[in-house]
Write a protein that binds this ligand. Structure first.
Ligand code: FMN
Length: 187
């Protein structure tokens, strides 16, 4: 059962990385610089089942980048409402310095995503009602591409919780070198 379920999880993550499906949007948790939890939605952009990694893109200037640099441990959660399944993941995030991988991802993004990196203000900058920044600071003269971050999370644990029936079913998979050790857990 565990091998079949593990394959199913990776298959669903693979589908989610390439199309609108329940786990296409995941909630990403980091530790804030003050230690408080920080949580936000991200779009899953890539899944590599062989390496056990997931990738997303973000703005290099966003707080989550500083948080990941300070503490790379992250958690992710997704929920498929039609199947009543929660997928809970954890691992270590790396901000990619692989130029080929960055460029490949950049070139795969649609115009409406690329345009986000044109924004002159760092995410979270306070704006007035007209969209102008209230905070002091020069708009960045960096190119949009320089603001583009590809973040890859090497997962070390995956958890599947199915609450579709009266008897909830929960499994966990922990990384064990190149393989995964699965176990059924009390829900
Ligand atoms: C549907 C949806 C998808 C999003 N996808 C991303 C994403 O892929 N990358 C990203 O950096 N922010 C994404 N955001 C915005 C983040 O949730 C967050 O507000 C923003 O990145 C600032 O986060 P931070 O201040 O924690 O760095 C998305 C928001 C929504 C509502």
């Amino acid at each position: 059962m565990t091998a079949t379920l593990l394959a199913k999880i990776w298959e669903q993550l693979g589908v989610a990385a390439t199309s609108r499906s329940p786990f296409n949007f995941l909630q990403l948790a980091t530790s804030g610089l003050d230690g408080a939890p920080q949580l936000r939605t991200i779009v899953l952009r890539r899944c590599d089942a062989g390496r056990g990694t997931l990738s997303f893109v973000t703005d290099m200037r966003s707080p989550k980048i500083r948080e990941i640099r300070s503490d790379p441990r992250v958690a992710l959660v997704g929920f498929d409402p039609a199947a009543s399944v929660q997928l809970r993941l954890s691992g270590e995030a790396v901000i990619s310095d692989d130029e080929a991988a960055r460029l490949e991802m950049w070139q795969s993004l649609r115009e409406r995503t690329l345009i986000l990196f044109d924004a002159p203000h760092a995410p979270g900058t306070v704006l007035d009602d007209n969209g102008q920044p209230l905070q002091a600071g020069e708009p960045s003269d960096e190119e949009a591409y320089a603001r583009f971050a590809l973040v890859t999370v090497t997962l070390n644990r995956l958890e599947w919780l199915d609450v579709s029936s009266e008897h909830h079913v929960r499994y966990a998979f922990d990384r064990d070198g190149a393989t995964w050790r699965g176990a059924r857990l009390a829900p």
